[in-house]
Design a protein around this ligand. Structure first.
Ligand SMILES: Cc1cc2nc3c(=O)[nH]c(=O)nc-3n(C[C@H](O)[C@H](O)[C@H](O)COP(=O)(O)O)c2cc1C
Ligand SMILES: CC(C)CC(=O)C(=O)O
Length: 395
């Protein structure tokens, strides 16, 4: 719940409070950037060049990555007057959980390498605990999922599955995620083969960075059982074994098998076509994740936000998570008005972590939420339920 009193707003998301006064921001770190462009600019110099180009880059000439961001300019919230509310409620319901805010941290496979201590997955989990903003933890982490989940506090986490072709390893990952307390399994469909990424091809980044993010494999008893020597004794063979099972080109026929792995809610990530969304709903999945992977996979496609309403309409009430191109609080509000149940933050939180560790990441999340909250206040939309298609127009 957030309240506005006498020129001061006091949003309270979970265990933190942020005071925003006219002319100054309390609770947000003054040394950290207040705009996305400054955040990106400063992160470029905070990260080692190879990691920077991996995170910042996308597929092809990065057209889709760019339009993911600029497409938000076409949409705008319609201001409503004489219904100002000093109390706002940004909470949402998702898979039976009440979350204090409508955002989550999208899975970012190299997040582990984005913090100075090299344990960015754990840092992200700590930021989740502090803000109530769930982390969707990638399969590709520096620390094993059990160690990451131990830092979630009371904030629920979700596990993103890159489905190994070896079904026993896949089952083991999902069982470990369940045992570690993750609340949903997010199956990424759009990355069974990495896209054409010129920045990484010219730096040989891909294998180098990925080799550092295989803790879930190297700690997995089933994966280890496939190796003649342990990953500690023979890392090269372990990495090659990972590569050999990474590219699982799942089909609709695999959904029953995926369903059989767990009782947790299953969410399919990378769905943009309404027909796919409808079919996934009919197949019994619990949520759709509309995303084009931040333009890192297929280049030349339209902006992810331009797919959102069609996907939402197609699944008629099933939760729809969205990401790709969210850069500020108004993007969050627009995505919610276009029907997203929850909105994923990608590159911005990686940059916050790179610049200021856990505090820097928390600053980014707080700033995004504060901006969204203020926009809802000014424009007269006090709750997430008020953000419906009637609230937004394409200009
Ligand atoms: C460096 C990086 C690594 C990523 N790794 C994963 C991953 O491991 N699994 C996954 O499903 N998506 C991954 N993504 C995609 C994000 O989950 C999300 O879809 C994307 O970042 C959204 O676009 P945006 O960052 O431009 O907002 C990654 C994105 C980035 C930037
Ligand atoms: C290609 C994957 C291994 C990692 C990923 O999802 C990404 O870099 O976008």
């Amino acid at each position: 719940m957030c309240s506005a009193t006498n020129g001061g707003f006091v949003p309270n998301f979970g265990d933190f409070q942020l005071e925003i006064y006219f002319g100054g921001l309390g609770g947000v770190l003054p040394t950290m950037p207040m705009t996305y462009s400054e955040l990106e600019e400063r992160a470029k110099y905070a990260l080692p060049p190879g990691i920077w180009s991996y995170v910042a880059g996308g597929a092809g000439d990065e057209l889709t990555q760019r339009v993911n961001v600029t497409a938000f300019e076409k949409y705008g919230l319609i201001p409503r007057m004489l219904r100002a509310s000093k109390e706002r409620d940004l909470s949402i319901e998702l898979f039976g959980m009440t979350l204090p805010s409508p955002i989550f941290m999208s899975p970012v496979g190299v997040i582990g390498l984005c913090s100075q201590d090299g344990h960015g997955d754990i840092a992200t989990a700590k930021a989740a605990a502090r803000t109530g903003v769930p982390m969707v933890m990638s399969t590709l982490t520096v620390d094993p999922m059990e160690d990451v989940a131990a830092h979630f506090g009371n904030t629920p986490g979700m596990f993103q599955l890159y489905t190994p072709t070896n079904k026993d390893v896949a089952q083991s990952f999902v069982s470990r995620a369940e045992a570690s307390g993750f609340k949903a399994i997010v199956v990424t469909l759009d990355t069974w083969v990495p896209g054409w990424r010129p920045r990484d091809l010219s730096t040989s980044n891909f294998p180098q960075l990925r080799g550092h993010c295989l803790a879930n494999y190297f700690s997995d008893p089933v994966f280890r059982g496939l190796l003649a020597k342990s990953p500690e004794d023979d890392p090269k063979t372990a990495i090659l074994t990972w590569i050999s099972m990474f590219g699982n080109s799942l089909t609709w026929d695999d959904l029953d098998w995926l369903r059989s792995l767990t009782k947790l809610p299953i969410v399919l990530k990378g769905i943009c076509h309404p027909e796919d969304a409808r079919r996934a709903k009919d197949a019994g999945v619990d949520g759709i994740y509309c995303s084009n992977h931040g333009g890192r996979q297929a280049n030349g496609g339209i902006a992810a936000i331009d797919h959102l309403s069609d996907v939402v309409e197609a699944v008629d009430g099933l939760p729809v998570l969205f990401d790709s191109g969210i850069r500020n609080g108004s993007d969050i509000v627009k995505a919610l008005a276009l029907g997203a149940t929850a909105v994923g933050i990608g590159r911005p939180y990686a940059y916050g972590l790179a610049l200021g560790g856990v505090d820097g990441l928390v600053h980014v999340l707080r700033s995004l939420l504060a901006e969204a909250d203020l926009l809802m206040a000014v424009d007269g939309y006090p709750t997430i339920a008020d953000l419906n298609p009637e609230a937004i127009r394409r200009g």
